[in-house]
Every structure is written in structure tokens, then in C-alpha cells.
Write a protein that binds this ligand. Sequence first.
Ligand code: GRF
Length: 198
Amino acid sequence: MSPKLRVGVMISGRGSNMASILAATEAPDCPFEVVLVASNNPDAAGLAFADSKGIAIWAHDHRGMKRAEFDRLIDAALRGANVEMVALAGYMRLLSSEFVDGWKGRILNIHPSLLPKYKGLDTHARAIEAGDSEAGCSVHVVTPELDDGPVVAQARVPILPGDTPETLAERVLKEEHRLYPAALAKCAADVIRSRKSA
Ligand code: GRF
């Protein structure tokens, strides 16, 4: 069996998407493994969860540091763990263009909207406010522009009468937990295949 792709997951908080990615690695045929969970927030709840699952964790408080300076630190941690692909999972900080360029095409993100709609924050409130009939989530390749890279997978949910940003977020989050591991597996399998044919 070919070696699994080594994935580093970057989080800032709760880490429920990271947990769904970890759960996917329990399937024997999962084409990736998680070798590091890294955070800009040492108090991120997801760190303790990853640690409890025996995954290596890294954290450093970004406050008081220049963006590029902090990104060099997290980059060194990822490279030190021989990470081959990065999955942003609720990583709530813009990345420097140096960081993104250094991982060109190898950073994925999950965003809670049907991109290109509602880049940035408060996606669910904005979708309800606009009177949309559906919402969803997108996995995309990260480029230096916020929430802007090519979309690799999307899932849709209805917006129901009486929805609040919270009830909609809950419905979308369920889909995020299904979509992200599946999209990551597809991208990892593609990388492994391209290596074989190289
Ligand atoms: C998710 O809704 C994700 O789409 C967004 O931030 C949230 C993170 O949640 N980028 P979690 O930390 O994965 O639980």
C-alpha cells in the first residue's frame, strides 16, 4: 500500500472539523494521516482533543507578532513534521502571501457558505438577511485572497422559515463534518496518484 499523505491541520478554536478529519483517518483505506495539529491559540479546545487522540500538537500565541513572523514559525513546525498538505479548519487568521506561496496548491480551507457568496465572517446571518433559500459550505484551495481559491467541493442545505444564524450554522456544520474529510481524501488520493505517475 502506498504511504499515506501527511496532513497538518491548523485550528484556532473548537476544532470540530479537525475532529471529523481525525475520525476519517480511522478507516484503513483513508489516503491521509494527520501528523500535526497546529494553532495560533494555545487555549484552543481542539488542541486538547487532538492530544487526547495521540496526535502531535503545536501552539504559539500570535499576539504581538507580525503576521509574516508568526507564519514563519508555524511553517517551520509544519515542515518539521514533514507535512505534505495543510488543512485549515477554523483557522481564524489571515495567512501571509509568503506562507501561501510556500505551500502553493497544497492548502485547503473549509468555509461556511456557498462560495463565491459570502466570503469572510457572519456568513449565515448574511445568507438569511439576503432571503436566500439555501446555504452550505465549500472546501477550496487557499490563495492569498481571502476565501477566494478554486472550490473543490460544496454541500448545500435549505434555509428554513424561522432559521437564525445559530440554527443554520448547526445544519451547515453537520455537512462540513461530512464534506471536509471526503474532499481532503480526494485531494490526497490525487497527490498520491500524481506521484506514482511522475
Ligand atoms: C466552521 O464553521 C468553519 O467552516 C469555519 O469556522 C468554523 C470552525 O469550527 N471556518 P470548528 O473549529 O471546526 O468547530
